[in-house]
Ligand binder design. Structure first.
Ligand code: ZN
Length: 455
């Protein structure tokens, strides 16, 4: 890749340089023209900006099939409405939704994504296998987090009992998922995390047993935390503690943990996350859509806590592109703290190295450095809407998402010329529509709430 402006995230930017790739890794990043290498394929990056591929650290791919519902609801109202639809899902819904969702991520510069899947209705096929297969087809690095809920309404939780599982079933299925799919190697395409859904849908026992399982298996831990004030109130009423203190009590703070959202944190909470190396996935579009509040990202970074970005499920972010979350993060922080709260380059770091740290892959991903994996996004910043901007990183973060000239995952082309090259792009879109229609039909047939009944 040559004649390109390189923003490596770690190390100095190069106005015109090249990136040499050997196998699935970066061999060299340097200024000036690329050396002659007869027979080696070359990508001309003239007019483009090269960044590390973006890393998405919070998602619910299945939610592609339930967008646009409960449009003016709070998180708890929205969840209560949608649990009743999600209860009808099966593996076919998940595969179609994941194919569409992963394609959309690739088309917004994402090369690695996690997914938090936490609803496993009995007898509906292997939902985790369905999304892992979709990720393999689309060609992204995938960190599926085997989610779970065991605290239904009859136990004081928020979800209806038909979408929760028994503790032993969860632990067995999660251990099996790790054994079957988790690959700890440097170039890994699939790593599994353990991920009880939230304090208001998972019991304390599920949380502690999950932490023990994850640590025994050497995999990471993920959950939703401190997303809304309703959750804060729920934790104080039910557990006598605010969310971060509750997690601390359960052994859920540490460098192997990352939380989704982390919006409602006190100074004391931020100090705890920073001191323990616990990461957070900032999801500004979802938090804005649900009116949840906005995380104190600027202060968290200032105190040394790690923050990555997440698009969150498509039903609460309504198809936000991952690249657009850099802009949302920047704008929300500036709206709250003023114009020096977050720079364009800090926003890019959240989307790349910050995400890689959340997933424990900062040695492999998140910056363009020799020895790291060749996961690269090449943005076209000479188009009509960015041609007047002399700083390409500013064009990428401040403006509309630029077109992608290329997305490489381990040196393999996943997107070129703005088109998906691994699966037919039109078919990926149709798979998402089929998933949405199938979920609605299954909901009607099984007597659950149909999407058209939700307002
Ligand atoms: Zn979420």
């Amino acid at each position: 890749m040559e004649n390109v402006h390189v923003a490596p995230v770690a190390g100095p930017e190069l106005e015109s340089g090249y990136i040499r790739i050997e196998g699935d890794r970066i061999a060299e990043v340097a200024a000036g023209p690329a050396p002659e290498a007869p027979g080696v394929p070359r990508i001309d990056g003239t007019g483009c900006l090269a960044t590390p591929g973006l890393v998405n650290t919070h998602h619910h791919l299945y939610q592609w099939a339930s967008q646009g519902l409960a449009q003016d609801a709070t998180l708890f109202e929205w969840l209560v409405a949608l649990y009743e639809v999600w209860a009808a899902m099966d593996a076919e819904v998940v595969e179609g939704a994941a194919t569409a969702g992963l394609s959309w991520l690739a088309l917004s510069g994402c090369t690695t994504t996690s997914d938090h899947h936490y609803i496993f209705p009995k007898g509906r096929g292997d939902l985790l296998a369905a999304e892992i297969e979709a990720a393999r087809a689309v060609g992204l690095r995938f960190h599926p987090a085997r989610g779970s809920m065991d605290r239904g309404q009859s136990k004081g939780g928020l979800p209806p009992d038909e979408v929760v599982e028994e503790l032993d079933d969860i632990l067995n299925a999660t251990a099996e998922a790790v054994d079957a799919y988790h690959d700890p190697s440097f170039s890994s395409m699939v790593r599994v995390a353990v991920a009880p859904c939230s304090p208001f849908s998972a019991s304390a026992e599920l949380m502690t047993e999950s932490a023990a399982l994850a640590r025994a298996k050497g995999v990471r831990l993920h959950t939703h935390l401190a997303e809304t004030l309703d959750e804060d109130e729920h934790c104080r009423e039910q557990f006598g503690l605010r969310p971060v203190d509750y997690m601390h009590k359960l052994g859920w703070l540490g460098p192997d943990v990352w939380f989704a959202h982390a919006v409602h944190l006190s100074d004391h909470d931020i100090g705890k996350l920073a001191a323990t190396g616990t990461g957070s996935a900032h999801c500004p579009s979802s938090n804005g859509r649900l009116g949840a509040g906005i995380a104190r990202v600027s202060e968290m970074l200032g105190r040394g806590a790690n923050v990555g970005l997440g698009v969150d499920g498509n039903a609460s972010s309504e198809l936000t592109p991952l690249a657009g979350e850099m802009r949302q993060a920047l704008l929300f922080q500036r709206a709250r703290y003023g114009p020096r709260a977050l720079t364009a380059r800090q926003a890019l770091e959240l989307a790349t190295l910050g995400g890689a740290r959340n997933l424990g892959r900062q040695d492999e991903l998140g910056s363009l450095e020799p020895g790291k994996l060749a996961d690269i996004a090449l943005w076209r910043v000479d188009g009509p809407h960015t041609a007047a901007v002399t700083d390409p990183v500013c064009a990428l973060v401040f403006g509309p998402v630029p077109p992608l000239a290329r997305v490489l995952v381990g040196g393999r082309t996943v997107v070129s010329g703005g088109e998906l090259r691994t699966v037919p792009q039109d078919e990926a879109g149709r798979a998402g529509v089929r998933a949405q229609r199938r979920l609605a039909r299954l909901a009607r047939e099984r007597g659950f709430t149909a999407p058209e009944q939700i307002h």
